[in-house]
Each structure stands twice: as structure tokens, then as C-alpha cells.
Ligand binder design. Structure first.
Ligand code: AMP
Ligand code: ZN
Length: 116
């Protein structure tokens, strides 16, 4: 499994930086965002260091399924499923990605503005 000792999310996954996962399984963990943009703001990330969705390959099918399953589980656990929620992943500099370890923001708990 790829691991980057310089990567903040890899350090959380390895327990190097203590964190309280909201949810976890063999492939994925979910943590609360340190700077929440909504009443519920959770980051779902693979344990493995993958830079972004742009680096996923066909062999990551099981991982992609696990990540989306985790998003659903987290949303249900945070009671976001009744009113709805948003799942976002940023890619690269212009996409607004600041941590180069694939993660999905699960946002909810208030009305979110339309992107359009
Ligand atoms: P992005 O800008 O899409 O790469 O998202 C990175 C997110 O990680 C931001 O929303 C940060 O607030 C969040 N973040 C950075 N460091 C930590 C940390 N140590 N624990 C939890 N969230 C973090
Ligand atoms: Zn990493």
C-alpha cells in the first residue's frame, strides 16, 4: 500500500497524528474536517496514498466502490440522508485541492448553494 510520510492524511491514517475516525473499514477512513464549511463536514479518504481521482485506474474499482459506500454510511450516520447532502472531490491546483491525498468532502446539515 502506498504511503507518503510527508502527507498529512497518510500520517492520520497511520496514527502518527492522532485522529478520531468517524467511520472506517479496511480500505477507507472518514475524519471530521478541521475547518468545517457546513454543520457536517467529513472527509472520506482511502488508507492508501493516491493523489486524486485523476490517478485512479481500472484496478481501483473496489476502492472506488468502498469510498462511495463510506460516503453513504457517513451521511446516514450524520443524519444527512433525509434532507440531502453534497459529495465533492477537488483535483489539482485549479480544482482547489490543497491536500494531495484523494479525499471526498461530505457536506450537509444546512441548505447548500447551487453550483450553477
Ligand atoms: P482540499 O482543499 O479539497 O484538498 O481539502 C483539504 C481539506 O483538508 C480542507 O478542507 C482542510 O480543512 C482539511 N484538513 C487539512 N488538514 C486537516 C487535518 N489535520 N484534519 C482534518 N482536516 C484537515
Ligand atoms: Zn497520503
Amino acid at each position: 500500500m502506498r504511503h507518503d510520510p510527508e502527507c498529512i492524511f497518510c500520517r492520520i491514517v497511520s496514527g502518527d497524528i492522532p485522529g478520531q475516525p468517524v467511520w472506517e473499514d479496511d480500505l477507507v477512513i472518514a475524519i471530521r474536517d478541521i475547518q468545517p464549511q457546513a454543520p457536517a463536514h467529513i472527509l472520506v479518504l482511502p488508507r492508501e496514498h493516491i493523489r486524486s481521482i485523476h490517478e485512479l485506474t481500472d484496478s481501483d474499482e473496489a476502492l472506488a466502490a468502498a469510498v462511495f459506500r463510506a460516503c453513504r454510511q457517513v451521511a446516514a450516520k450524520e443524519n444527512l440522508d433525509q434532507h440531502g447532502y453534497r459529495v465533492v472531490t477537488n483535483v489539482g491546483e485549479w480544482g482547489g485541492q490543497t491536500v494531495d491525498h484523494l479525499h471526498f468532502h461530505v457536506l450537509g446539515g444546512r441548505q447548500l448553494r447551487s453550483l450553477g
